[in-house]
Design a protein around this ligand. Structure first.
Ligand code: GH3
Ligand code: MG
Ligand code: MG
Ligand code: MG
Length: 302
């Protein structure tokens, strides 16, 4: 954990610094409020112990600045001051301090209060990690690990608008497994699920750029969102993917196309720059996919 001490009294900085270091903190020090703000931003400190009266920004103003920042408002702030009495306590808490210690500092009390700070900073870290995991879970398809429809819709909207502003090309690929219902019926649902996972793996391997997004759109439908990719490249990638799925030679006992699982694909890219709705974009790819189905499946249409 990183901790910052802001106090214009060097002796207090040493005193508090020793306690913090003993407890395993990486300690930063300054004698004024302006540098304190800079250090907080640079080092992302979790705990701040600040004096009230110091040159530049005083402790109260420092508290207010920290609390008004979206990024740093969770920092745990302990005010250290010689100003005693209920009124200064309320002043400090109003400015956003979490706790208060008055000089001269009582060592066991300081340790006890730092322990509370550590617990709360830990708790906040846990919450943040949990939040990230939840966010990830809400955007991921459980069976294949690909992005789910929800993330695809979000990214489509974002990338579509970005493409409109920057006049960068953008392509989208819609893909549907051929005669998948028959695979489920003849080979069983477990084989069906394994097929979905295998196809997902090939899709992920096809979309190699960090800006590409491979998603499971629905049951046995997949999509590739390809920013900064012109139509011809989109078709090429779709063709590569179609071949990869075929080369995987997943047995399909009941497909009129052949003995192995195949996919049909539709590609769309706006002619010049994206206008209108991102949903229409998907719809265009979907009608191309429909044409691929009608023309005998295991093919790419644009
Ligand atoms: P087409 O070539 O025209 O696409 O024929 P199809 O049979 O693939 O198309 P259809 O949309 O009629 O059938 C899709 C089937 O996919 C229906 C459903 O039972 C199955 N399915 C959807 N989600 C899952 C899943 O998560 N696991 C498994 N095993 N099957 C699924
Ligand atoms: Mg002072
Ligand atoms: Mg389908
Ligand atoms: Mg299908």
């Amino acid at each position: 954990m990183k901790a910052l001490i802001a106090d214009d009294d060097a002796l207090f900085r040493v005193l508090i610094g020793v306690v913090l270091k003993q407890r395993g903190h990486e300690v930063f020090e300054t004698d004024n409020g302006d540098d304190a703000l800079e250090l907080i931003e640079r080092e992302k400190c979790g705990i701040v112990l600040t004096d009230w009266m110091m040159p530049g920004l005083d402790g109260l103003e420092l508290c207010r600045r920290i609390r008004s920042s979206e990024e740093f408002r969770h920092i745990y702030i302990i005010m250290i001051t010689a100003n005693e009495g209920a009124e200064s306590f309320l002043h400090g808490m109003d400015a956003g301090a979490d706790d208060f210690i008055s000089k001269p500092i009582n060592h066991p009390e300081l340790v006890a209060r730092i322990r509370v700070a550590e617990r709360l900073v830990d708790l906040h870290e846990d919450m943040r990690a949990l939040n990230l995991r939840l966010e990830n879970l809400a955007q991921t398809d459980g069976l294949t690990g690909l992005a789910n429809r929800r993330l695809l819709d979000q990214r489509l909207d974002h990338d579509w608008r970005l493409a409109g502003r920057t006049l960068m090309p953008i392509s989208v690929v819609m893909c549907d497994i051929d005669y998948f219902k028959r695979l489920n019926d003849s080979a069983g649902h477990l084989a069906g699920d394994q097929c979905l996972q295998a196809v997902a793996e090939e899709l992920r391997a096809t979309a190699k750029r960090t800006t590409d997004l491979a998603a499971r759109y629905g049951g046995e439908e997949f999509a590739l969102l390809l920013p900064n990719t012109p139509y011809e490249q989109g078709v090429q990638l779709a063709e590569t993917f179609r071949q990869r799925v075929l080369d995987r030679r997943i047995p399909h006992p009941d497909s009129p196309v052949g003995p192995h699982v195949s996919v049909s694909i539709g590609v769309a890219a706006p002619a010049i720059s994206p206008e209108g709705d991102a949903k229409d974009f998907l719809r265009t790819a979907d009608s191309a996919l429909y044409r691929a189905k009608m023309s005998g499946r295991n093919s790419v249409e644009g």
